[in-house]
Design a protein around this ligand. Structure first.
Ligand code: 5AD
Ligand code: SF4
Length: 442
């Protein structure tokens, strides 16, 4: 989401003459787009600011100026404190206000030294005031939904991103068509709780994510669709059916479960049990047997016992995940879990995280190894580090590299996987026969 927001900030600032700089050293403006989800991410902001301060001073000493802005969820959550702690920051802006950046920049140029704070949730929808998105390659993000009403007890998102909001379907389709016109072949739909999407449709009704995916799949030239991040509670029948019927929808889904113990899931206010999750996965896999899953996990949530943790390990063994993100619980100010009793000691969290990650890494490695010899369609979206090498993503989001002509850049190509490396797959162009076989399977 922050990658998407950063790109949109660049779009907003382009008419003022700003273009992205390769580094901060001589930039006229530096925007830190920040994350508040865990303490570690939030603390990073202050160390980055400390690094940028001398650059700003050097620029001023040389007769120039540098506008320093902090955007994103740390700005939203800690705006005033941030300005007090780093008074040399010119602009502090929350995620719902960046469409007003040009006006803030003009004010910052006039106000000389007095920091500007923009952390209200404005009444008007940000998306109505943004310029058209510009693509920066064959794969693009498209934000369709923001905010969250779920209020998991560990999470800051409902406070920093605000209440759930879905963009109208027509606006999403128009942005997708423009991206495809610019050469985009793959779109990843974004939202904090993307499958809670319920956008107003031109037929007067409301579309869910399943309906939206079907409409997007009709755009000629749009070859791949993905969406992230989804909530197990919001996997409805229409979405399950889309996984069966929409060939552009990739067979890979990030569906965070967080934990495997019902007691902990209830304390987290996740609104689903471990069995609910199992059933949801079964429904999805019964319509799309090749669907691979990814998840987020939190270990050491307050009150988590060894038995609770064992339930997480058991669920992981049972479901099998191919890529995952796992974290130690990090108490966040203002969230219910941060003041719960029986906080888990750091050493226990570390031990559980290590055990979980060992199991998850084994599953990832086993899946990658099983891919060797398979022919997969890969969207080649970047030049590799070596001459004549292109990089791309498999349908399962695995990074793949191949020696291929530059003309293949931006294309979906059939590749045979020849080796599973620790962080990527090595591939070669599949033979004409393989390509035919792949087409026959599609
Ligand atoms: N501590 C640890 N991890 C967290 N996440 C969200 N809040 C916290 C927290 N307080 C994780 C969840 C979520 C992912 C984006 O970040 O697993 O799915
Ligand atoms: Fe946070 Fe996701 Fe829970 Fe919403 S559903 S509160 S974004 S963890």
């Amino acid at each position: 989401m922050n990658v998407y927001d950063s790109a949109r900030m660049a779009d907003v600032l382009a008419p003022l003459g700003y273009v992205p700089a390769s580094d901060a050293d001589d930039a006229d403006m530096v925007i830190l787009n920040t994350c508040h989800i865990r303490e570690k991410a939030a603390e990073k902001v202050f160390s980055e600011l400390g690094r940028l301060r001398p650059l700003k001073q050097a620029k001023a000493a040389a007769g120039g100026s540098m506008i320093l802005a902090v955007a994103g969820c740390v700005a939203q959550a800690e705006g005033e404190e941030l300005l007090a702690r780093a008074p040399y920051v010119d602009i502090v802006l929350g995620p719902q206000t960046y469409h007003n950046l040009p006006e803030m920049v003009a004010r910052a140029e006039r106000s000389r030294g007095r920091g500007i704070l923009a952390t209200d949730f404005p009444a008007e929808a940000k998306f109505d005031h943004l310029p058209e998105a510009t693509a920066s390659g064959p794969s693009a993000f498209l934000s369709i939904q923001e905010g969250c009403d779920k209020f998991c007890t560990f999470c800051v998102v409902p406070y920093t991103r605000g209440a759930e909001y879905s963009r109208p379907a027509a606006a999403v389709l128009a942005e997708a068509r423009r991206l495809v016109d610019q050469g985009v072949r793959e779109i990843t739909l974004l939202g904090q709780n993307v499958n809670a999407y319920h956008g107003a449709a031109s037929d007067g009704g409301t579309w869910g994510l399943g309906r939206l995916l079907r409409a997007l799949a009709e755009i000629p030239g749009l070859e791949r669709l993905r969406y992230t991040t989804s909530h197990p509670r919001d996997v409805d029948d229409e979405l399950v059916a889309a996984h069966r019927d929409v060939p552009q929808l990739m067979p890979f889904l990030h569906l965070p479960v967080q934990a495997g113990s019902d007691r902990i899931l209830a304390a987290m206010n996740r609104r689903h049990t471990a069995d609910d999750y199992r059933r949801t996965v079964e429904r999805l896999r019964s319509t799309r047997p090749d669907l691979a899953l990814s998840s987020d996990f939190i270990v050491g949530f307050p009150g988590e016992s060894d038995r609770d943790f064992d339930a997480t390990m058991a669920l992981v063994r049972e479901i099998g995940f191919i890529q995952t993100y796992s974290f130690k619980y990090s108490p966040r100010p203002g969230t219910p879990a941060s003041v719960m009793e029986r906080q888990v000691p750091e050493a226990v969290k570390s031990e559980r995280l290590a055990a979980l990650q060992e199991l998850l890494n084994e599953q990832t490695a086993a899946f990658n190894a099983a891919c060797v010899g398979r022919v997969m369609s890969v969207l080649l979206d970047r030049q590799g580090r070596h001459a004549g090498q292109l990089l791309g993503r498999s349908p399962y989001m695995q990074p793949v590299h191949v020696a291929a002509a530059a003309a293949c850049l931006g294309e979906v190509v059939a590749l045979r996987i020849v080796e599973a490396l620790p962080n990527s797959l090595a591939a070669e162009l599949a033979s004409a026969r393989d390509r035919e076989a792949e087409r026959a399977c599609a």
